[in-house]
Design a protein around this ligand. Structure first.
Ligand SMILES: Nc1ncnc2c1ncn2[C@@H]1O[C@H](COP(=O)(O)OP(=O)(O)OP(=O)(O)O)[C@@H](O)[C@H]1O
Ligand SMILES: [Mg+2]
Length: 335
């Protein structure tokens, strides 16, 4: 379908005023977003923000209560079949069978997608190669490491070469090296023309991968832009003040109240937005000196996406419960 002729807004994924409740609990309060063809959009938000719910609606696993969404030009409610043939989705099919080998998993899924035996085999080995799983191809998946399982999961979502890919927290629970490897694969997919919508709680992931970042909190879009523009929203330089003594930390925190952005008691660091540059710095140091609190070091830096996120959501709740989510996701993914 040509989206321009039909009056559907152009874009690989277009979402307008999307709403969803579970019982009395409204979890999406009207989400708007557009993903350009061939780009990577990161849906960034803390636990419970509504990321997975959005992805489930866009991949036709869940019906919205209101609003509209098109994927590859197809309406997610009225043209669910067409949407399904346009997308790959990791994690949600829970299709990885631990007792089969990687090769068998891919072949089986290829056949499910009605590829001929020869095509399924060709595609399987292409993907095993691309995802660095050739050596492990003939081993049962239950012997794979977390990173290998995740790569197989991603490979399986690509068996039918879909133009649009949804990745729900693709790197949660991976060690840094496996994360970097997966990032490179995701970048490659986009460079080869795929459109990707990924969800993440990791600012650095959004920073590294995404052309466009949509920040959601409690079912609402609270900001969007590229990573530079989001960082710029937080504005001025940040100063990190390290307090010399841990026993002074709570008092120091009180003394700079009104300025403070973030407190890290373990490292004894208070992060402050220097909205008036050196004047702010002088004020804060004066206050601490008046309270006889010794400052070990002061450093100024440009805000990170992490700072932007804290600033925009007005809390530090993201990241809490990550272990539990990981546990649940592992269960969902790998049975
Ligand atoms: N099937 C369901 N029934 C009832 N409530 C649900 C259901 N699915 C999600 N919710 C609730 O909807 C809200 C949004 O959940 P969602 O899973 O979309 O968040 P998320 O942004 O993906 O969070 P996380 O980072 O923890 O994965 C949460 O409060 C969650 O408890
Ligand atoms: Mg989620």
């Amino acid at each position: 379908m040509d989206t321009r002729q039909s009056g559907i807004p152009d874009g690989a994924i277009v979402v307008r005023n999307l709403q969803k409740s579970f019982g009395d609990h409204k979890v999406l309060h009207g989400i708007d977003l557009t993903v350009r063809r061939g780009s990577i959009l990161a849906l960034l938000g803390p636990n419970g923000a509504g990321k997975t719910t959005t992805v489930r609606i866009l991949s036709t696993l869940l019906l919205p209560d209101g609003g509209e969404a098109w994927v590859n030009g197809y309406d997610v409610v009225r043209q669910a079949c067409e949407v399904r043939t346009s997308i790959g989705l990791t994690g949600q099919f829970a299709a990885v069978d631990l007792y089969l080998t990687g090769e068998e998993n891919l072949l089986m899924l290829g056949r499910l997608y009605r590829l001929s035996r020869a095509d399924a085999k060709r595609r399987t080995w292409e993907l095993l190669e691309q995802f660095d799983l050739v050596d492990a191809a003939r081993r049962p998946v239950r012997t794979y490491s977390g990173g290998m399982k995740r790569r197989l999961d991603l490979a399986m979502s690509l068996i039918a070469a879909p133009p649009i890919i949804f990745l729900d927290e693709p790197t949660t629970g991976l060690d840094p090296r496996s994360r970097l490897a997966l990032w490179a694969l995701i970048k490659d997919l986009a460079n080869n023309g795929a459109t990707i919508l990924l969800t993440t709680q990791y600012m650095d992931e959004a920073d590294h991968l995404a052309d466009w970042i949509v920040v959601i909190d409690e079912g609402r879009v609270i900001a969007e832009g590229d990573s530079d523009s989001l960082k710029a929203r937080v504005g001025a330089e940040h100063m990190d003040l390290t307090i010399a003594s841990g026993s002074d930390f709570a008092l120091a925190q009180q003394m700079v109240d009104g300025h403070q952005l973030q407190a890290d008691p373990e490292r004894r660091v208070l992060t402050i937005v220097a909205s008036h540059g050196a004047t702010t710095l002088k004020q804060v140091l004066q206050r601490l000196e008046d309270a006889q609190i010794e400052v070990e070091s002061v450093s100024m830096r440009r805000p990170t996406l992490d700072d932007a996120f804290l600033f925009l959501t007005g809390n530090g709740s993201h990241g809490n419960g990550t272990d539990r989510i990981q546990e649940i996701q592992e269960k969902v993914r790998y049975g």
